[in-house]
Design a protein around this ligand. Structure first.
Ligand code: ATP
Ligand code: MG
Length: 283
């Protein structure tokens, strides 16, 4: 394993001072103990500014929903949280920092590969590799652990059971993963992410291409996974955000407009712009 990982796991959770705009959430301020936080962050693609002065916190073993109109920077934000933004041509963090258990994820000695394992990301369109179902699940693990064929089968079974896919694919473990349905591929990608034993799971619109049944599957899975993981989900579906999350963040044109508990943000937003968005007047 990499150097940064034990240090990150061992560190106690930091108690952070109030955010600069905590005064905007007078009714229900967010608790100050955060697993992951962003402080005063700007991002760019080339010379184009995308996120400006973003400060936000993500609480351990809770689900945070990120909502906002198309193009407001939701995907950019979650990519900045696990250092995948820099893999996009021109994408970079130009100011501020991201802290995970008090460690600056952008420090010179931070290891991006280790960070991407601990803060896993599931993209909107599942990216299955051109290989079998089992090889997809074990893709990351096999580089780090030598496993017998039996142990590989067992680990694949465990992970596929965890994402509710085992019954559907147990006779097709050696078949190409590309032959699975979209919802199955989405869960397969989740199993592959879980194989890296992350602490945080970032999900970028995981249900946008799924039918209602597959969507229910993913939502049930989120409800179960939050016992063990911290989950951050980008969604365009307001009902879904209400169903699955405890905290919610509303972004507009690259800025965080409001953050709060999901109930407060959707039912009694403080900012007029949030109200317009959640009532469908902008978006
Ligand atoms: N690779 C890129 N190169 C240049 N600009 C980009 C790139 N990706 C995104 N952008 C721009 O950055 C801004 C934020 O994009 P982002 O994908 O983060 O928005 P989003 O809120 O996730 O939108 P959506 O809801 O449509 O997925 C947009 O103006 C977008 O055009
Ligand atoms: Mg997006």
């Amino acid at each position: 394993m990499t150097q940064i990982e034990p240090a990150l796991r061992a560190a106690p959770l930091p108690v952070l001072p109030p955010l600069p705009h905590a005064r905007e959430w007078p009714v229900e301020p967010l608790p100050t103990t955060a697993l992951l936080s962003i402080e005063d962050m700007d991002t760019h693609y080339g010379t184009q500014s995308v996120l400006q002065e973003v400060c936000c916190r993500f609480l351990e073993k809770q689900v945070t929903a990120i909502v906002g109109p198309s193009g407001c920077g939701k995907s950019t934000l979650i990519k900045a949280l696990n250092r995948t933004l820099e893999l996009t041509p021109g994408g970079r963090v130009t100011r501020g920092r991201a802290l995970f258990r008090g460690h600056d994820l952008y420090a010179a000695d931070a290891d991006p590969a280790a960070i991407r394992k601990q803060i896993g990301i599931i993209h909107q369109r599942p990216i299955v590799f051109p290989m079998s179902v089992q090889d997809n699940v074990l893709f990351g693990v096999r580089f780090h652990r030598r496993l017998t064929a039996f142990a590989q089968r067992e680990l694949a079974r465990e992970l596929l059971e965890r994402v509710g896919l085992w019954k559907e694919v147990n006779t097709r473990l050696d078949a190409p993963a590309a032959a699975l349905s979209g919802g199955q591929q989405q869960r397969l990608c989740l199993a592959r992410t879980l194989a890296n034993a992350p602490e945080v799971i970032l999900m970028d619109e995981p249900c946008s291409a799924l039918d209602p049944t597959a969507t229910r599957h993913i939502e049930a899975l989120i409800a179960e996974l939050k016992r063990d993981y911290t989950i951050i989900i980008v969604t365009h579906n307001m009902s879904q955000a209400r169903r699955v999350s405890e905290q919610a963040l509303f972004f507009y044109q690259g800025r965080l407009i409001e953050a709060g508990s999901t109930g407060q943000l959707f039912e009694d937003p403080h900012e007029p712009m949030t109200r317009e968005f959640v009532t469908g007047q902008i978006g």
